[in-house]
Design a protein around this ligand. Structure first.
Ligand code: SAH
Length: 271
């Protein structure tokens, strides 16, 4: 594994984490229920809102509409998650030519055959993860860095690991350009987790795995929570694993479609 973190920049006040207003599971949010309607990084289609090419001056409005219609409108009620989605400029995490599409109700290509997840999916997974303000979080599958930026608004610190060095470098550049100081980007096989900084209060995997990797369970702190899509390459179910001492409880949601987790505890690279 190669750590490509650059020296941390001084933190802009803009990026001070959102203060926790409550602990534990978000009020009024059915952790698994969201998956029954919308899931996956793949485009499932939607008739909610029309997709327009936007000019840069329209982007804040588009972001507000994204949160109100696509996210809150579908039942994510966690105020901290909604605030983070309002604050993080998603258009900065997509290729420049696609900035005008960044607030559409779908995933977008980011290179290397990978995608930035649909906004609703990011919000719903974040709400399911329910990170606390001081939590140490591991994300597996950095991609564009957008999900990591959302997590960084809500948690104490985020380590995010990506197997494609080019995507990791681009994500790092975006994160630095926005002055986000509490994210560390690592290149490597995240199906092994990132033992160097374990244990983690929260682990979020944003690629589909054949099974819950034992390596990730082992890196969960006592009281920790892991959210991961598990299943075949074509269809997964969202799994939430919670750890109390050495006991693990697992709950399963509905079907989702994510790009594959490729690695030692994921799918083989040759597929
Ligand atoms: N969270 C991302 C989107 C995830 S797409 C965002 O906000 O943009 C899933 C990502 O997981 C892809 O970038 C893919 O390259 C990466 N990935 C797949 N297998 C991996 C592994 N074993 N370790 C680290 N990253 C992996």
């Amino acid at each position: 594994m190669r750590n490509i973190s650059l020296p941390q920049r001084s933190q802009r006040t803009f990026w001070s984490p959102v203060k926790a207003h409550s602990a534990g599971a978000p009020a009024g949010f059915d952790r698994m229920g969201w998956a029954r309607r919308f899931c996956g990084t793949g485009f499932l289609g939607s008739d909610i809102g029309k997709d327009y090419k936007l000019k840069s001056m329209d982007l804040p409005d588009a972001r507000e509409r994204m949160v109100t219609v696509q996210v809150a409108g579908r039942g994510v009620r966690d105020a901290r998650v909604l605030a983070a989605m309002r604050e993080v400029p998603r258009h900065r995490f997509v290729p420049e030519a696609m900035a005008g599409d960044a607030y559409q109700d779908r995933p977008l290509p980011i290179g290397e055959g990978q995608t930035i997840s649909q906004p609703y999916m990011v919000a719903a997974m974040t709400a399911a993860l329910a990170p606390g303000a001081a939590d140490r979080v591991l994300e597996v599958g950095t991609g564009s860095g957008y999900q990591a930026a959302i997590l960084a608004r809500l948690a104490g610190s985020v380590v995010t690991i990506e197997r494609h060095a080019a995507l990791a470098a681009r994500a790092r550049a975006t994160i630095d350009a926005l002055g986000i100081a509490n994210i560390r980007v690592v290149v490597g096989d995240g199906s092994n987790g990132y033992p160097d900084e374990a244990p983690y209060d929260r682990i979020l995997v944003t690629a589909g795995a054949p099974a819950v990797p034992e390596s990730l369970k082992a890196q969960l702190a006592d009281g920790g929570r892991l959210v991961i899509p598990v299943g075949s390459e074509g269809l997964q179910h969202l799994i939430v694993v919670e750890r109390r001492a050495d006991a693990f409880t697992t709950s399963e949601g509905e079907g989702c479609v994510f790009v594959p987790l490729i690695g030692e505890h994921g799918w083989p690279a040759s597929r």
